[in-house]
Structures are given as C-alpha cells and as structure tokens.
Design a protein around this ligand. Sequence first.
Ligand SMILES: *[C@@H]1O[C@H](CO)[C@@H](O)[C@H](O)[C@H]1NC(C)=O
Length: 318
Amino acid sequence: MMAEALDPASISLGIGAAVTGFLARFPDVLCNYQECCRPEWISYNKTGLESDLQSKLFGQHVASRVILKAVTDFMNNENPKKPLVLSLHGWSGTGKNFVSQIIAENIYQRGMKSRFVHLFSNTIHFPHEAELKLYKSQLQQWIKGNVSACPRSMFIFDVMDKMHPGLIDSIKPYLDVHETLNGVSYRKAIFIFLSNAGGKEIMEVMLDFWKIGWDREKIELRHLKKALALTIFNNKNSGFWHTSLIDENLVDFIVPFLPLELKHVVQCGRADMISRGLKPNEEALEQMARDMTDFPHDERVFAERGCKVISSRLNYYI
Ligand SMILES: *[C@@H]1O[C@H](CO)[C@@H](O)[C@H](O)[C@H]1NC(C)=O
C-alpha cells in the first residue's frame, strides 16, 4: 500500500496531469480578467443598440433605422460573405462619431476601449503625404494582424474624405468578397467610414422639404438617395475615393446624417448638462440653440456645427 502511494512515477504523473489541466484551463481563467476575442467580451446586444439609438442620438431617425438593420443582419449572420462596410455621411456634429461609439458599445464589452476596436484619423495616423508608402503597408499589416488575432474586429476611419486615395486603395482588398486572403478571413470584420461629404446635398433636400412644410420624421432614405448619389459621383465634392468604393460594391450601406434643427440642439444641450450633473436650464438651452441655428444664412433652420461645440458653448449661457 505504502509503496504504491509513494511510487515516484505515479506522483509525477499526477502532478503532470494537474499541470496540464491547469494549463488547458489557463486561458479561460485569464479571460475572466483580460479582454479576449470570445463571446464573454464580444457579443451583440440588439436591444441595447436599439434603445441607445432611440434615447441618445437626436434627430437621426433615418440613420438609426439603417444602422440597426444593417448591424443586426450582419451580426446574426453566421456566415457573412464579406465584412460589413458602412459609410456615414453628413455635417460634423450630427452624430457620426457618436453612432460608431454606440455600435462599438453594443458589440464589445469595453466599447471604444476594446483592443478589437480601431479608430484611425487621417490627421493623427497618416499626416504626411510623403510617407504614403509606409502608411499603406502599415495599415495593411494592422488590419491583417488584428483580424488574424480576432476576426470580429472593428475599424473606424474618421474624416474619410481627407484620406489619400492611395491609402484607401490599399484597404480595398479587405472589404471585398473573399473566402480568405492569404489565409485570413475578413468576413466577420466591421469597417465604418465617416465623412462630411454629402452634408451640403442632404441639407438642400431637407430645406426643400422644410419649405413645403413637411414633417422631418416623414423623410426616408429613398428621399435622400438621389442627393447622395450626386455627391458620390461628383468627384469635385467627395473625392473619387467614394466613387471607386461604391462602383466596386464594397460599401454595403450609405447612411445619411441629417442636419440638426433647434429642438435637437436643445436635446443635445440638455443631455450634456445632465451628464455634467447640472440641472438643465431650459431658458439657457433655448437661447443657445437659437444662436446656433444659423444656416442657411437667410433661413436659419439648421445648426451648421450640429452638436459638436455644445459643451463649450453652453458655458457662455449658464
Ligand atoms: C492592431 O492595430 C493597431 C492600431 O490600431 C496596431 O498598433 C497594432 O500593431 C495592430 N496589431 C497587429 C497584431 O497588427
């Protein structure tokens, strides 16, 4: 009996098994504490996205609808043919960055802080045209490296209209329909392009409806399609990046962001005050919104800078 219990071979076997078992479970334990490319950290919350779009994003019923449907269909598809590519258009301050953040928060536990979410801004990441060659290979490597590590990666490109066409060309292969590309599948990734292109054209459509007394909420995607198509195929306004992406069917959804009106600016201001722990001062909000809705200059219907500068503006009024 004793001899058997002390058999060194069986002891070492026992320890060996324990160590192997521990090592096998080690990643599981680690993933309780550290973000991993697994469902505990990455899972789509449709109800959350829907309610965030409804309660936090102001004046964008068209964009809300398109985005909820696009993201839901894509996330529920076990076997998408290509990555999801969204192109968000509209004036600055209308909520394009904010929507990207809301999408990230309802897919990744850590939202924009997730290591699987990548935000690229032309002015920060690719400032010097002379370095184009370096940027191209860097960006390709980043996309490849990150998607290899986690297929459900998200890439957001801010100020897409200022991005060098050559740089955009370099990411095109990843947006297309491929089983795999050099052994990596990009079909679960999400790409979001943000651009101010089309803002003016969207505003003109809105203004026409406003003049005939149309209800803003009655405006649908189809009413804006022509204006967006004009922008997209008019090189002067948006650069040819867009033409080529659309021509090659790489963009799945073009999402228009409407210019904001007085009541939306008030809503943004109210949300801002609440988030700062202040009691909303309706009179100040109303005054600020009136001063900000200054466009077009003779009609003064829309806030040209949307909700972008609200936080600093509000300080003058309260
Ligand atoms: C992932 O992307 C980031 C930029 O967001 C980059 O710094 C990093 O090197 C990339 N990782 C890999 C493995 O390529």
